[in-house]
Design a protein around this ligand. Structure first.
Ligand SMILES: Cc1cc2nc3c(=O)[nH]c(=O)nc-3n(C[C@H](O)[C@H](O)[C@H](O)COP(=O)(O)O)c2cc1C
Length: 185
């Protein structure tokens, strides 16, 4: 199946990227085709709330949001890879998510599979409560089918992350994906 990976860390060689690369390696070994969209290197402006799209239609902002839209709508799975920023998604990832506004119904109709890959400095047991709650709400609202989460606690630097179990978990998650394409077109 085709997998769109939204990479929401400004550090191209940071901890989020480590998890995203590990996931992609596992998924590709199983024959899946991954497209990594580094939303921090793309021009993705925040939704203006103009609602000219009517929640499903052309967006009035012409930027790389169009590329993200076509990548997601031609995929079977959507991966949210983000560092934890103040207990939520990075602003760049949130901007990309808000732009779903103009193709909300299309995403819902596809029944995409999804997963969450995230890293944080902290390792308290409540570290990921907010982002997990947000992710689960997106799954519910957008009609996604959750395939799993990798919650990288204590991953404050790339070295900490490399020494942790989480790159392996991300790799195993990628490898665990079944190959049939079950997404509604
Ligand atoms: C703006 C900012 C906000 C952060 N907020 C949190 C946070 O709320 N909780 C936490 O545990 N770590 C937080 N961190 C630490 C990062 O999540 C952590 O360093 C992560 O490894 C960064 O991933 P990256 O290498 O992909 O940039 C924050 C870092 C930054 C720069």
């Amino acid at each position: 199946m085709r997998i769109a990976v939204l990479m929401g860390s400004p550090n191209a060689d940071g901890s989020t990227a480590l998890l995203a690369r590990s996931f992609v390696k596992g998924a590709e070994e199983k024959g899946h085709e991954c497209e990594v969209l580094n939303v921090c290197e793309m021009d993705v402006r925040p939704c203006k709330g103009c609602l000219r799209c009517g929640y499903e239609g052309p967006c009035s902002i012409h930027d790389d949001g169009d590329r993200i839209r076509s990548a997601i709508l031609s995929s079977d799975m959507l991966v949210f890879a983000s560092p934890l920023y103040y207990f939520g998604f990075s602003a760049q990832m949130k901007a990309a998510i808000d732009r779903f506004c103009s193709y909300n119904s299309s995403i819902h109709q596809k029944g995409l599979r999804s997963c969450l890959l995230t890293v944080a400095w902290n390792s308290d047991d409540w570290t990921f409560d907010s982002i997990v709650s947000h992710y689960r709400t997106l799954v519910r609202y957008l009609g996604l089918r959750d395939e799993g989460m990798v919650l990288g606690a204590g991953c404050g630097t790339p070295d900490m992350t490399r020494g942790s179990r989480y790159p392996r978990e991300a790799y195993e998650l990628g490898r665990s994906l079944r190959s049939e394409t079950t997404c509604r077109q």
